[in-house]
Ligand binder design. Sequence first.
Ligand code: UDP
Length: 382
Amino acid sequence: MAKYIETISAEEQYDIVIVGAGISGLTLAERYASAGKKVLVVEKHDHIGGNCYDFINQAGILVSKYGPHYFHTNDEGVWKYVNNFSLWHPYEHRVIGHYQGKTFPIPVNRNTINILCNETLQNENDVEHWLAEHAVPIEHPKNAEEAVLARMGPDLYEYIFKGYTTKQWGKSPEELFPEVTNRIPIRTNTDDRYFTDQYQAMPAKGYTALFEAMIQGDRIDILLGTEWSDIKNEVISFQKLFFTGKIDQYFDHMHGILEYRSLRFEFETLNQEWYQLKAQENYPSLDVPYTRIVEYKRATGQIHPQTTISREYSTDEGEPYYPVPSERNRIIYAQYQAAAEQLEDAGIYFVGRLANYKYFNMDQAFRNALDMFSSLEGGSTC
Ligand code: UDP
């Protein structure tokens, strides 16, 4: 079992120091401990797991403190790696949207167009024709709005993307890079899965249990509730340091403050077995203040007579969730990235979503950490 420590002892020598106990930090901790190194993980929260942290609430229902995480990957190596630490409960994510009394599948597929645009498209050919007629001819979309208009036209943009993206990011879609909305595919068939990856599942006992299993063994010390900046002078020697927190904070904001979009969750436990049809139901309209409602049991497969839901509101303040992909932030991040590269000679590396200022899916976060370990230490990549 990893050792949770209260303070850093002067006698303890660490080979590896990791700041942050999320996917990136704990994957590196696991890899280095397996290679015989003594590892210190410093985490500012009072729990491990980063934004994937989940727990059993008062009603006995497994919920995620920072919103749902659906694991999906085509990466055989990552899938094999995570299977070392947990059994997995198969779960294919499906989302429905609600807009002006209509209910439809997201991402857009043939049924979505038929429902929202009052069409009767019968096959893939019909959908392709419809898209060719409705998509706006924009050769190189410059922003998140144009990216949707170019793929599916103004009506679907209005019904599904405009309000949701505005609420989610607190910015107009025109101010955001195309990659924001390009994450969502468009389908000419009736496949209503959110992801099409080969492996789609949830850890059988939750993410926190998965992480606990990763850090078994006595070579990892974990110091919770501690800001790295408060103790960095106490950790005098290490071979390598991996920083997985906010990169602008590491450098004391010397090039300016990077924006991170945050979320606020309103949890509610209801005395009924089920609340909604799917684990996630989206509310793209600006008339509804939240973006989506999540019902955890639908994804975890837990059987329980009650159910817990969360309504999700986007905000600027709070835990950093999403790097904001805009021109301003790209320019600022490039300066931090250059500063970070200078530190590699001193054995200091920046890993993960907050340190790379990039929105990674969970499998990408595992992959990047595994690749970083093998590129620094040799050996085969998982
Ligand atoms: N999006 C949208 N309407 C939806 C779902 C997504 O406009 O119903 C846009 C929105 O800008 C969002 C982006 O597509 O930020 C990516 O969606 P995804 O589901 O990948 O977001 P995540 O679940 O990772 O927050």
